[in-house]
Design a protein around this ligand. Structure first.
Ligand SMILES: [Fe+2]
Length: 386
């Protein structure tokens, strides 16, 4: 991979067209069988009409005083945006160039957005991910319902579309988590309908967290409690969560991770365990906010359309969090964490073929609610373990 800086500075305004004749930013090149593939970093942030956050329906914590009013726009370099420097050729030409950018830039930037690649279908994206050559990770034991569309390509979330999914780092409530997430927009929702995938900077989140709360969390950890129904009672069931019909396989998964569990009389399973609130990045050594204290707290469901807004006994919700020693979080502690996470979040309008790659420890993600029935939004995801 070679980086070249052209002498002539003539970057056009940020455009939906995948054609850039020259760039003033950095360029990343690779040579394929057909010809040279070159990506340029786009310096101008994509235009964005910020989504309202404060007071938003189906967004947990949005009615708390001090909640950020709007979702931020892309900042310089977060996410860093790349686009082909010339009309695109076959997809295989691009994988090695994209991989070069990911390997070099991802951990520093936290998130990378690639636009204008010739990806149109789930299968295109699956092939593209395979050519990137990372170890793909099966989504097993995760908290949300997620369908596998094609080999290792999943729906980003099967949550009701109107729900805004709280910002989180993927599977940070488990002992193993994906290192990278690769989202792809197969069909954009339309700018007026919402459906952005916001990303948030976990370095800044940690820096701004209340130090007393942070100290408590780091000393006591976070207890995660999950209640998962049997298939006979809910489609969001342990059979789909663990991708098995076999109770023994579920018990093996839980036992291997030292989780406490019990089967209940209605054939649901409840399990609980404690995890840290922060983790050190394996490549940089930096400490990062890495947990799902807010998105797994029972109050998430107070704004969930499937739960009708009613507050039920905590054990009836699919998941719940508290301090590691069992003491409940105060609601203001939960809203503080939510507010800090949203304060550092940015959004952009999806375009067809966009690929968003995030370092799952450096960058959190969520989903803005969007209008069901009319948006046609389709965003898929693949997870990697390296
Ligand atoms: Fe997620």
């Amino acid at each position: 991979m070679a980086a070249t800086i052209p002498s002539k500075l003539c970057l056009p305004a940020y455009s939906r067209l995948p054609l850039l004749r020259a760039c003033r930013g950095r360029c990343f090149s690779g040579t394929g069988a057909v010809g040279a593939a070159r990506l340029v970093q786009v310096e101008e942030p994509p235009p964005y009409t910020p989504a309202r956050l404060a007071g938003r329906q189906y967004l947990s914590g949005s009615h708390s005083p001090g909640f950020p009013e709007f979702l931020g726009s892309v900042r310089p370099g977060f996410p860093a945006v790349f686009q082909p420097a010339h009309a695109t050729g076959p997809l295989e030409e691009w994988a090695s160039v994209v991989k070069g950018v990911i390997d070099r830039e991802l951990t520093g930037a936290g998130a990378l957005l690639f636009r204008g690649l010739p990806i149109r279908t789930d299968q295109d994206f699956g092939q593209f991910c395979k050519r990137l050559g990372y170890d793909m990770m099966v989504y097993k034991g995760g908290a949300v319902d997620r369908s596998e569309l094609t080999d290792m390509v999943y729906t980003a979330a099967d949550e009701p579309l109107e729900m805004t999914i709280d910002l989180h780092t993927e599977m940070s409530y488990l002992p193993q988590w994906p290192k990278k997430l690769m989202f792809c927009c197969i069909k954009p929702p339309g700018e007026q309908y919402g459906g952005e995938t916001p990303v948030t900077d976990m370095r800044s989140v940690l820096r701004d967290m209340d130090p007393v709360l942070l100290d408590r969390l780091r000393k006591r950890g976070i207890r995660y409690i999950r209640n998962i129904a049997d298939r006979s009672r809910d489609v969001w069931c342990w059979q789909r969560t663990f991708r098995t019909e076999d109770r023994e396989e579920v018990e093996k998964f839980l036992t291997e991770r030292d989780f406490s569990f019990q089967w209940n009389s209605d054939d649901s399973v409840t399990y609980w365990y404690v995890m840290p609130a922060t983790r050190d990045h394996p490549d940089t050594g930096e400490t990062l906010w890495f947990n799902q204290a807010t998105s797994h707290h029972c109050s998430y469901f107070y704004q969930h359309p499937n739960f009708g807004g009613a507050e039920q006994a905590k054990f009836r919700y699919p998941f719940h969090t508290c301090y590691g020693d069992g003491e409940e979080f105060r609601q203001e502690e939960v809203t503080h964490m939510q507010q800090i996470q949203w304060r550092h979040a940015v959004g952009f309008h999806w375009q067809a073929g966009d690929v968003l790659v995030v370092d799952n420890m450096v960058t959190g993600h969520g989903r803005m609610g969007c209008t069901p029935g009319v948006s046609g939004r389709k965003v898929v995801v693949s997870l990697t373990s390296n």
